[in-house]
Every structure is written in C-alpha cells, then in structure tokens.
Design a protein around this ligand. Structure first.
Ligand SMILES: [Mn+2]
Length: 319
C-alpha cells in the first residue's frame, strides 16, 4: 500500500501551531492526539521539545510529546530524534561514574528550560518525565530510509549512517560512547543531528541565534563545493555576518554533495528565517524548519511519492 507522508520539522513545543497544522492536513483530533487520513502517516523530523521559555503555548511540550507518541503507537506517525531530544536524554542520564552525561551548566539549562517548565519534578525517578518520556525519546531513530524518501534531523551523511548502522540506545556501550563527541559514535550522532560545522577563516567569528560567539558556521552540506568557493554562499541559512571569505581547502571534504538521482531528503534543524519561501533547497533536498519555535510558521511537506520536491505540496499552520 502506498503511503503519503506528511513531513513536519521542529515543533519545539508549539502545540498550538501543531494543532492548526494537523487540522489543515486533514488529521482528526481525537483525545490528546490526531488520527491520520487513510493512506497517510505523519513523519516528524525531531526537536519536539524545548520551546523558548514564556512562549504562547504553555504545557505544549507535554501535549506535543503525548500527541506524537500516541500517533506512533497507533501507526499513524514515525518520529526521528532531534538534537534537542539527544541533549535532553543525556542531560537526564548518568554515566557509570554517577555524573550526568550532559553538563548541567547555565547554557545547557537555558536551552532546555522550556521543557523543564512543563515537568517540574523531572529529577524524580518516578516522574512521568523519567518513566515515560526519557525512555520513549531514547528509542527514536536517528535517520530513516523509506521507500522513495530519506529523513534525518539535520544532515544525511552516508558514512556516519553506516557507522551507526542499526545500533540504538538499548545498547548501553553505544549509549555511553555516543555521549562523547570525541568518540566515533558521538561524532556520528553530532553530524546527523546537528549537521556539519565548517571553520571560519582566522580571525573571523560570528554570533549565533543564542548569542554565543562561534568560529564555525552551519553549512549547505548538500552542495558540491569548488576550490574558489566562499563562506557567504555556503552558510545556511544565509547570514549577513559572513562575507566572501575563501573557504578553507581542508573544509571542502566535509561537504556531502547530494546527487540529483538520489531520493528526496528531508530535514529540519536549521531555523530558516520566518519569511523564507516555501520551497526546497534543491529539487531533492528540503529543510522544513521555518522557525516555528520563534515567529515562523510550522510547515508540513505532503509527500505523495514524487522524486522531485513540489513547492505546491507545502502547507503551513496558517494556511
Ligand atoms: Mn535541531
């Protein structure tokens, strides 16, 4: 049976936008969740959690998790792990030495505060957060290769996908190894869920959307990069802090030129500006994160088996 996938990126706890989008897609609200129309499934690309604190949808993290899990349990949805779920899992899990696997420093807390607000008893081992949501998030896949389409939270990287293979967090050795970016397993998850980071030429730096100073930039990983390429044409999304500086030659090998003959690949993560046009990056490459976490629309791409992404198959929670 042919399945149409309604693909939805970074919700970040905005259940208000999710409800409106699902209605627009023809899903039926039932109880805390949504029933898919016949021959449809939702495909969530991760980052369900971590809204900005004080957002307009209080309780939205819990409501989003509940709705998506119920859909997955019923076979009405698939859901990938995003970097925010990955970070949360380690923030709430201890290593063999009894220390948290993600440092509970002020920056990491701030990134996660919007979810902690929905689950104030998060450190209680008997809490819903610990009993239901951490175990559920730990079982989310890191990538999906479906018939005719591919999905990942940030970057489709064949070598890193092969490195992870079919392993998941039920495998404790893998779970502990992947907690550290310096390990091969941690590096692989970092790239699939956060994308490649390309070094800026010395002495340049930029300030990211959280206010942190960075010496690398998020890049259009799917592009074929020529030797005379410059940073401004490879940064994603476009960034006016980055100029026509030549890209370091050793950085070119980080890119994963995505051939036109491959199935369409969908990802989120990159927080495209809210006013971005509803169209793919390339005929078979689409980032669907249009900044629903901020003032942007929550977007779905309604895939009906096509090899070329069709701009008419986009829908937003406002349409
Ligand atoms: Mn993300």
């Amino acid at each position: 049976m042919k399945i149409n996938y309604d693909i939805i990126a970074d919700i970040h706890g905005r259940f208000d936008k999710l409800e409106a989008l699902m209605e627009g897609l023809g899903y039926e609200k039932r109880g805390d969740s949504f029933i898919a129309p016949a021959r449809h499934k939702a495909l969530f690309l991760g980052d369900l959690i971590d809204p900005k604190p004080g957002h307009e949808s209080p309780g939205g993290v819990r409501a989003t998790l509940q709705a998506v899990k119920a859909m997955c349990d019923r076979g009405d949805a698939l859901c990938l792990m995003g970097n925010h779920e990955l970070n949360a899992i380690y923030f709430h899990s201890k290593g063999p030495d009894g220390k948290y696997l993600r440092v509970r420093g002020s920056k990491n807390i701030a990134m996660h505060q919007g979810s902690l607000d929905d689950f104030p008893d998060y450190d209680d081992p008997m809490s819903e957060w610990q009993q239901v949501w951490i175990p559920w998030m730990k079982r989310l896949p890191f990538f999906l290769e479906l018939e005719g389409l591919r999905a990942v939270h940030a970057c489709w990287h064949p070598e890193m996908i092969a490195r992870i293979g079919q392993r998941n967090f039920d495998d404790l050795a893998f779970f502990f190894a992947a907690a550290n970016k310096a390990h091969l397993e941690g590096e692989a998850l970092e790239i699939l869920l956060k994308g490649i980071e390309v070094p800026l030429p010395h002495p340049h730096s930029l300030v990211d959307h959280t206010g942190s100073v960075r010496r690398q930039f998020r890049a259009r990983w799917w592009e074929r990069v020529e030797k005379n390429a410059v940073c401004s044409e490879l940064v994603f999304p476009a960034n006016d802090q980055i100029f026509d500086w030549p890209i370091a030659e050793e950085a070119i090998s980080q890119f994963l030129p995505y051939p036109e003959s491959e199935p369409p690949v969908f990802f989120g993560h990159y927080l495209k500006p809210a006013h971005s046009p509803l169209e793919p990056e390339k005929a078979n490459v689409a980032c669907l994160d249009h900044a629903a976490a901020k003032d942007g629309p929550l977007v779905a791409y309604s895939w009906r088996g096509e090899a070329q992404i069709n701009p008419q198959h986009y829908i937003t929670h406002e349409s």
